[in-house]
Design a protein around this ligand. Structure first.
Ligand code: PHE
Length: 337
């Protein structure tokens, strides 16, 4: 029996040491209920009283050494597996990363922010109004009743007979005047809509920035001074402005305002189409009817308003000749700004 035990130990340890050892199988084969060591222990009844403790002790030693060997081998295999995984999954944090493309601000957004900065610097604050607007605010309150010819040039998209996509930012003037007591000094940038076919100079969606100042004793001189400061900040210190008489139903008197071409001075070039001047906005003194419509007494208060096209200004500034480029999101265009 002692030889049998020694043989079991030898065999088991050999098998455990082998590089492709199946530890679970080995454990069952030697230590399991039907295993070889168990079988030997079962046969101990046949031994003499003197032999029994000796063989018993040996059997325990054999079991222990097999168990220890199994446990050690298990540890070794686990360590190897971990090692293999660590090598396989090794990550070199010093390798250059794969570049993620970083976008930047759209030229229209940039222009809008610049405009906002300039006017905020002059004491204006920003007001917002809805793009889906009532006919009343977009037209009627601005002195454009039903069937007024000005509606033709600002045809827009109708949700119902009474609700439309605003064709200008001017309705924000009315909304602000209804809710705020003068003095008022606001700008209102945002999207406007017109039912124009898309071509190089027209788009059914574009952006305007409205300005409105109402106080006691505001004159055309204040309008001119404000726009002159704005033009110099936006287009350069040499810039001059020019007022041409015009008509808007909600201002009286009204003007279209040009800036001297910042490419050629006033000589005439490709950008200003030989004119020397570039039209940038519409403006005028707020019509007394509009003030009354908003509950402001035109005998006590006066004010001016202006509205500029953000696309137009951005196109002039960078010499962009097609408005569609702003909306196509072609990176080759956008990355230039
Ligand atoms: N709302 C006018 C337009 O879209 C521009 C404008 C604004 C004119 C304010 C005068 C005063 O054409």
């Amino acid at each position: 029996m002692k030889e049998k035990l020694s043989k079991i130990r030898l065999e088991a340890l050999e098998q455990i040491a082998s590089p492709d050892a199946n530890l679970e199988e080995i454990k069952i084969k030697y230590l399991g209920k039907k295993g070889e060591l168990t079988a030997v222990l079962r046969g101990m009844g046949a031994l003499t009283a003197e032999e029994r403790p000796v063989v018993g002790q040996l059997a325990n030693e054999v079991r222990e050494s097999i168990e220890t060997a199994l446990a050690e081998k298990m540890k070794e295999l686990q360590a190897k597996a971990l090692d293999a995984r660590l090598t396989a999954e090794k990550l070199d944090v010093t390798m250059p990363g794969s570049p993620a493309p970083v976008g930047h601000i759209h030229p229209l957004t940039r222009a809008q922010r610049e405009l906002e900065d300039i006017f905020i610097g002059m004491g204006f604050s920003i007001a917002e109004g809805p793009e889906v607007e009532l006919d009343y605010y977009n037209f009627q309150a601005l002195n454009i009743p039903e069937n007024h010819p000005a509606r033709d040039t600002q045809d827009t998209f109708y949700i119902t007979d009474n609700i439309l996509l605003r064709s200008q930012t001017s309705p924000v003037q009315v909304r602000v005047m209804e809710q705020t007591k003068p003095p008022i000094r606001i700008i209102s940038p945002g999207r406007v809509y017109r039912s124009d076919a898309l071509d190089a100079t027209h788009s059914p969606l574009f952006h305007q920035l409205e300005g409105l100042v109402i106080d006691k004793g505001i004159t055309m001189g204040d309008l001119k001074g404000t726009l002159e400061v704005f033009a110099k900040k936006m287009f350069g210190e040499e810039t001059k402005i020019r007022f041409r008489p015009h008509h808007f139903p909600f201002t009286e008197p009204s003007a279209e305002v040009d800036v001297s071409c910042f490419v050629c001075g006033v000589k005439g070039c490709r950008l200003c189409k030989g004119e020397g001047w570039i039209e940038i906005l519409g403006a005028g003194m707020v019509h007394p009817f509009v003030l009354s419509n908003c509950g402001i007494d035109p005998e006590e208060y006066s004010g001016f308003a202006f509205g500029l096209g953000i696309e137009r200004i951005t196109m002039a500034r960078y010499g962009i000749d097609d408005i569609r480029l702003f909306y196509e999101n072609d990176e080759r265009f956008l990355e230039q700004f």
